[in-house]
Design a protein around this ligand. Structure first.
Ligand code: DOR
Ligand code: ZN
Length: 348
């Protein structure tokens, strides 16, 4: 059956980079016009490591989305020195929903990240007690490990031992990119779930090299080979409730992407729900979209599902080549391409 219109419970984005300052003001409304809530990544420079910093960041975001109902779900950046007291303060704050683990050096602004996860055991113990989820960038940073194997090796060397030490700790394996990660989450208990980005569903690593080097398709974890992309597509077709929407939308200025040392990150907030809808449609899985986008995330986090709905219409529209990012330029995911689903009431 082909549909020309679909109405779903308003979705949330369970993995989002909003940045701060001018960049924040340029990108925040893209998310607020489609999503009710988003989990906000704390990898600012300097990172958001304390509840006090998170309050300041929350205020900046709320100012940027003024006039909307958008609710930022804040996170703290876990470090070697995060204290159990900070975890208690985070739980009491009520607006901090999780902590983020960046292995030191794994990605953008991760220098202050964790050098050895065992150094965090006291904080993790407190998180397990408080029911605060740990959101994981699941890649080892050992330069001797091939970049395409870093997620798989992370599961064996870090994630499994961590889950053994903290069997009740809630974990979100963020932006999974491999069949190994998908299988691992499927086979593990209820305490672990995973987010999947639009770019890892739509592309494999060929997209980084098609017709020349394509910096706008470079992100971390890096795109993997086709068989892994197929495994992720199979997951969304399966409708498993352990997987949910997380864009990992990560804006960087065009000059920083198109550079001799280009940054990792793909900006998809301009059309996130429309891109996911096109993917689900293409997979003949539109009936699985609502649980992936709007139910599985809040159910895992223990938050209520949203009350409002959004409607998407099957209608062609063209993604702009560029948006502005403060005084800089931002090249969005799928720039210049035609999408066949459009959010109703959205003029772009
Ligand atoms: O591609 C990425 N960009 N991966 C990350 O983990 C971080 C993000 C960013 O902040 O730019
Ligand atoms: Zn991210």
């Amino acid at each position: 059956m082909t549909s020309s219109q679909i109405t779903i419970t308003q979705p949330d984005d369970w993995h989002l980079h909003l940045r701060d300052g001018d960049a924040l003001n340029s990108v925040a409304l893209f998310t607020a016009r489609q999503f009710a809530r988003a989990i906000i990544m704390p990898n600012l420079n300097p990172p958001v490591t304390t509840v006090v910093q998170a309050v300041e960041y929350l205020d900046q975001i709320l100012a940027a989305v003024d006039g909307t109902d958008f609710e930022p779900l804040m996170t703290l950046y876990l470090t070697d020195n995060t204290s159990p007291d900070e975890i208690i303060a985070a739980r009491k704050s009520c607006f901090i929903k999780a902590l983020k683990l960046y292995p030191a050096g794994a990605t953008t602004n991760s220098d202050a990240g964790v050098t050895d996860i065992r150094l965090c055991d006291d904080a993790l113990e407190e998180m397990q007690k408080a029911g605060l989820p740990l959101l994981i960038h699941g890649e080892v940073t050992d330069p001797l490990v091939d970049i395409f194997d870093r997620e798989k090796v992370f599961i064996e060397t870090t994630l499994q031992p961590l889950m053994h030490r903290f069997p009740e700790l809630k974990i979100v394996f963020e932006h999974i990119t491999t069949k190994e990660a998908a299988d691992f989450v499927l086979q593990s208990g209820d305490h672990i779930a995973a987010t999947i980005t639009p770019h890892h569903l739509l592309f494999n690593r060929n997209a980084m090299f098609q017709g020349g080097l394509q910096p706008h398709n470079y992100c971390l974890p890096v795109l993997k080979r086709d068989s892994h992309q197929q495994a992720l597509l199979e997951i969304i077709r399966s409708g498993s409730n352990k997987f949910f929407l997380g864009t990992d939308s990560a804006p960087h200025a065009k000059t920083k992407k198109e550079s001799a040392c280009g940054c990792a990150g793909i900006f998809s907030a301009h059309a996130a729900i429309e891109i996911y809808t096109s993917i689900f449609d293409q997979q003949n899985a539109l009936d699985k979209l609502e649980s992936f986008a709007s139910f599985n995330g809040p159910d895992f986090y223990g938050l209520p599902r949203n009350n409002k709905t959004i409607t998407l219409i099957k209608e062609d529209w063209q993604i702009p080549e560029e948006y502005s990012l403060g005084t800089e330029t931002l090249v969005p995911f799928l720039a210049g391409q035609t999408l066949n689903w459009k959010l109703a009431g959205n003029s772009h």
